[in-house]
Design a binder for this molecule. Sequence first.
Ligand code: FAD
Ligand code: NAI
Length: 466
Amino acid sequence: MSYDLIVIGSGPGGYVCAIRAAQLGLKTAVVEKTALGGTCLNIGCIPSKALLHASELFEEAGHSFAKMGIGVSAPKLDLKTMLQFKQDAIDGNVKGVDFLFKKNKIETHYGFGRIAAPGKVEVKAADGKTTMLESKSIVIATGSDVARLRGIDIDEKRIVSSTGALSLPEVPKHLLVIGAGVIGLELGSVWRRLGAKVTVVEFLDGILPGMDGEVRKQSQRLLEKQGITFKLSSKVTGVDSSGKTLKATIEPAKGEGKAEIIEADIVLVSTGRVPYTDGLGLKELGVKMDERGRIVTDHYYATSVPGIWAIGDVITGPMLAHKAEDEGVAVAEMLVGQAGHVNYDVIPAVVYTMPEIASVGKSEEDLKAAGVAYNVGKFPFTANGRAKANQQTDGFVKVIADAKTDRVLGVHIVGSDAGNMIAEAAIVMEFGGAAEDIARTCHAHPTLPEAVKEAAMAVAKRAIHM
Ligand code: FAD
Ligand code: NAI
C-alpha cells in the first residue's frame, strides 16, 4: 500500500494533521496502536474534563443550589454512572474522529508502527501480523507517556498515574498527589469534590511552576480554601505498599531535615510526561534526539532524516493538545508547499480547576528576567456584575502591556470561566493588539469578559468599576 503521507499516532497532533493533509489532496493513512484520538481523547483532556464537569456539579448541588432556592436532597454519588458518563464522552469523541477519517478518505491501520526505512512503515497488528506501508512522507505524532519516579512503581491500582486516577472504582479516603502541576490540581480537585481528603506534595516552593507568580499564589490560596493541603518544597522518596494503607516517605526537597510518613489509600504520580518514541526505530534511522528524549526538528518540523517529520508532545514545546493540533495543520500545509505556521508566543494554557486558571504570553517574572518595561492592569471578579450575580467572584484578570507601545504581552486569568475568556486575549495578541484595543472594544453586559476589558482599561489606570 502506498501513500503520500503516513501519520504515526492519532492523537490531536496526528489526527488533525491527517485531516488537513487529506483536505489538501494528499493520499493519507494513519497508524495507531491503541485507539483513535490518542492520550487527549482516551486518557487525557476529554475524560478529565468530563469528570471535572460532573464532580463540579456534584459539589454545586451540595453547596450552592440551596442558596439559589433550588431545593434538592443531599446529592448521592453514583461513581459507576459518573465513570460511564466519562466513558460516553470518550466514545463520542473517538467516534467523531473515526467519522472524520472516513469523510476525508483517510485509511486507518491499527497496529504498532515502526519506521523500517525512510518511506517505509511496518505495522504490527495485535495478532502479530505485519504489513509494510510505503509513503513519500512520514509524520511522527506518537505523543508522550507518564514520567516515572525512581523507586515508586505505578501499578494503576493503588499507585496510579493520571490514567488510573481517571478510573478509580471508589473514592479514596486519602489521595496523596505527587506534583502540584496541571494533572495533580485537576484530578486532585475531582476526587476532593467527590469526598477524598487530598494532600499534594510539590518539590518546588509553589504550585504550577512557569505560570505568573500572582496567579500561582492566588490559585494556591483558593484551592487550600476548598480543602486541598499542599506540602511544598518536599519530595516523596518512596512508597511502602506492603500494608493495607500506602505509607509514603516525604522529605524536604533540599534533603535536610526530618522525613515524615504520610498514609494514603491512593498515590497519584503526576510529576510530568516524557516523549514517547519506543520501538519506532529512530536510533537505527539516525533521527536526532535531544537530551530529554524529544525528537529534534527544524522550524518546518523536519527531523534530521529527509522525509520524516515530527509534531506534538514528541517534540519541544508545551505538551498541549491545541499546540499539537496547530503543528499538525502547519506540517500538512508545508508538505504541499504552503506556509504553515505556529506562533509559539501565543499558546494559551488552561488549568480546569474551579476557578479555572488561564494564561497566554509572558508572565511578570518572564518580563523582569528579560528586562522588558511593562504596565499591568488588574481587575477582580468581585467587581464584575455577572460574577456577582453568579456568586462566583473568586479571581481576577491581569493584562500585561509593553510600557512603550501598549502591545499586550501577556494575559492571566483566575476565574470561573477563564478557559473561555483567554481566547479573546490570544486573538488580540495574535494580531499584535494593544491593551487600548481591548479597552475600546465594546463587550456585552453583563458578561465575565467585561473583566478583561476593565483590566485592559486598568493598564491606563482608567478602569470604571474599580
Ligand atoms: P498523543 O495524544 O499522546 O497521541 C499519540 C498517539 O500515538 C497515541 O494514540 C498512541 O497510541 C500512538 N502511538 C504511539 N506510538 C505509536 C506507534 N509506534 N505506532 C502506532 N501508534 C503509536 N492538553 C490540553 O491541551 N488540554 C487539556 O485539558 C489536557 N488535559 C490532559 C489531561 C491528562 C490527564 C493528560 C495525561 C494530558 C492532558 N493534556 C491536555 C495533554 C494532551 O493530552 C497532549 O498534549 C496531547 O494529547 C498530545 O497530542 P499528540 O498528538 O502529540 O500525542
Ligand atoms: P506538570 O509538569 O504540569 O507538573 C509536574 C509537577 O510535579 C511540577 O510542579 C513539578 O515541580 C513537580 N515535581 C516534579 N518532580 C517531583 C517530585 N519528585 N516530587 C514532587 N513534585 C515533583 O506535569 P503533569 O501535571 O504531570 O502534567 C503533564 C503534562 O500534561 C503537562 O505538561 C501538561 O501540559 C499536560 N496537561 C495539560 C492539561 C491542561 O492543559 N489542562 C491537563 C493535564 C495535563
